[in-house]
Write a protein that binds this ligand. Structure first.
Ligand SMILES: [Zn+2]
Length: 163
């Protein structure tokens, strides 16, 4: 009876090859070595992390200088996840945040752990918790999550133009 089936689990996958391109290769090699490498636009001087496709979307020019950012950063915005979903591996409630790494001009998304979701706030200073070095790959997944540093919160003016 098809009407009685509420859920079915079945293995599914897609194999594909992704070409990083010159804009992302420095970023990925940095991650493989525990460094967060962005690129600076030669015109507007904004630092992009990740450097996306290697072109400043504002100026339309190739990003140039490599810039090491972070590893610490500031939470600019965040979302508390309270809704369970199939395949969830993190205990709810948990926080997904936009983090403005020190020296970068665009935020990146990552998890916040080692604190209560209710304690997370805009301006909170955070630092990465890395996987064991033996498990590193050219991926942002090398960072398990970010945790509070215990530093005083950043002033709103520091990250206001990055929201
Ligand atoms: Zn630019």
């Amino acid at each position: 009876m098809a009407d009685d089936i509420l859920r079915i689990r079945t293995p599914i996958g897609i194999d594909y090859t992704w070409s990083s391109g010159p804009g992302s290769v420095v970023y990925m090699r940095g991650l493989e070595n525990g460094k967060l490498i962005g690129r600076r636009c030669p015109d507007c001087e904004l630092v992009y992390f990740p450097p996306r496709n290697g072109i400043c979307p504002r100026c339309g020019v190739l990003l140039a200088a490599e810039v090491e950012v972070g590893p610490r950063g500031t939470i600019t915005t965040f979302c508390v996840v309270n809704v369970p979903f199939l395949g969830q591996t993190i205990k709810i409630p948990y926080v997904a945040a936009t983090i403005l790494l020190d020296g970068a001009d665009i935020g990146m998304q990552h998890l916040i752990q080692e604190c209560e979701a209710a304690d997370v706030r805009m301006g909170m200073r955070v630092e990465p918790v890395w996987k064991d070095k033996s498990e590193w790959t050219p991926s942002l997944e090398n960072i398990l999550y970010y945790k509070p540093t215990g530093e005083p919160d950043a002033d709103f003016d520091v990250y206001a133009r990055h929201l």
